[in-house]
Design a protein around this ligand. Structure first.
Ligand SMILES: Cc1cc2nc3c(=O)[nH]c(=O)nc-3n(C[C@H](O)[C@H](O)[C@H](O)COP(=O)(O)OP(=O)(O)OC[C@H]3O[C@@H](n4cnc5c(N)ncnc54)[C@H](O)[C@@H]3O)c2cc1C
Length: 389
């Protein structure tokens, strides 16, 4: 029986002191003022190269990051394996806009794809397209391609080459690869390349996965286009669903630049869109594969129920549930305990490089209604349960 309130299963891998530390951390993160100040202070510290490891490593980093290197992550891969959960190692260094930084990220992402080939506990490889080019090139290629200078056109071609190389390496290694979704101003170019990569590499099975942010009201139409194209040209789409991480910025930018808001009118509309997308892929699961990334309990219950209602095999590799390391263990471990496929995103990178990711997590835990309250409630319940043992 699937019960996300079973804290004994949810926290089986955590010692008493780890539970206590997580409780303290979520307690701090629930205060928006503290998180805002932390973001402000860390941006200043970054710009003046002030060392941050001493404060970030034992707190946010320890909770949400697997380590600095692929090798460091093996302890989490083993821990997750003991709980029947697979890993998706995510090189999370962001905002490197120099040619050397981009090249280093590209090389590390290739290493992560090779690492995945050698480890059956790794469910997917993953990359964030903006980390292998500059923001200027990606936004111009998406929104105003005619504005690209000759030099930028060359950079765009290099980006395309890196993008396809990552997908080809995944294909050669027979490992599925998720293309993360990003800001609206980058996404058209990412979609175009993802469609091309799916046509090229998904001819026998889904290797390349497009990410659809269902807070966008145009994503069902895009899903339908992918499906029609797949039937016409003969490939197997991989679809990753998320709600979307950049809502506030998107609304602000649309307002400032005077284009229509790309986001659904309210949370309910996003939830309905999300459910519709997931159901669509489950209805076409003979042709498509599904990856659902969410910490929303209802969405996870709904998909689990749908799988059972349709008599699909809970362990079939065509459907995966996913949460981020350090969040919603009650969902991940209880789903896995009941035989569903689960993978945790395990981010890795040096402290300074992973800071934007960590600040997003801290903000998300402040702003996502109920998320921090739920983590705190679960941690407290487990600490109480252990006291009574
Ligand atoms: C494994 C995994 C991979 C991820 N990969 C990506 C990725 O590639 N790209 C990406 O952008 N994000 C990604 N995310 C983050 C994701 O998009 C969400 O920001 C995050 O998971 C919170 O949404 P939820 O479904 O978990 O929870 P919920 O609490 O159910 O949903 C919160 C989300 O609902 C939407 N929302 C909230 N209020 C409103 C409103 N008023 N109107 C309209 N919509 C609203 C927003 O998207 C908000 O983030 C990933 C998350 C996970 C777990």
């Amino acid at each position: 029986m699937l019960d996300f309130n079973n804290t004994e299963i949810a926290f089986a891998s955590k010692s008493n002191s780890e539970l206590g530390n997580a409780y303290l951390l979520f307690n701090v993160m629930k205060r928006p003022g503290v998180v805002k100040f932390g973001k402000f202070a860390s941006n200043i510290a970054l710009s003046i190269h002030f060392p941050l490891g001493w404060i970030v490593k034992p707190t946010l980093y320890k909770q949400f990051v697997g380590g600095e290197t692929l090798q460091d992550c093996t302890k989490y891969i083993d821990l997750l394996k003991r709980n029947h959960v697979k890993s998706t190692l995510d090189y999370s260094a962001e905002s490197k806009q120099t040619p050397e930084g981009i090249q280093a990220t590209f090389a590390e992402t290739l290493r992560s794809i090779d690492f995945a080939r050698e480890n059956p506990q790794i469910a997917y490889a993953v990359f964030k397209p903006s980390t292998i080019t500059t923001d200027t090139v990606l936004s111009k290629a998406s929104e105003k391609r005619e504005d690209l200078s000759i030099e930028e056109l060359k950079e765009f071609r290099e980006f395309r080459e890196r993008f396809m190389t990552l997908c080809r390496r995944a294909y050669d290694n027979n490992i599925r690869i998720l293309v993360d979704a990003e800001d609206y101003c980058f996404q058209d170019a990412i979609d175009e390349l993802t469609d091309e990569a799916m046509r090229q590499f998904n001819t026998k099975r889904a290797i390349v996965f497009a990410t659809l942010q269902m807070y966008r009201h145009d994503r069902m139409a895009y899903l339908q286009r992918i499906y029609d194209d797949a039937l016409k040209t003969g490939y197997y789409p991989g679809i990753k669903f998320v709600r979307g991480a950049y809502m506030e910025e998107e609304r602000k930018r649309a307002g400032e630049m005077g284009y229509p808001d790309p986001i659904c009118k309210d949370k309910q509309a996003t939830d309905d869109n999300f459910d519709a997308g997931v159901s669509y892929v489950v209805d076409h699961i003979d042709r498509m594969e599904l990856f659902m990334g969410t910490h929303n309990e209802q969405s996870n219950y709904k998909l689990a129920t749908l799988i059972d209602k349709k008599n699909l095999d809970r362990g079939s590799e065509r459907i995966f549930f996913s949460q981020l390391l350090g969040m919603s263990d009650n969902i991940s471990f209880n789903l896995a305990h009941n035989g569903y496929n689960v993978t945790k995103y395990v981010p890795y990178a040096k402290v300074r490089d992973v800071l934007p990711y960590l600040l997003r997590r801290a903000e998300e835990n402040t702003s996502v209604a109920g998320q921090t309250g739920r983590e705190l409630r679960m941690l407290k319940a487990e600490m109480e349960r252990r006291k009574k043992e």
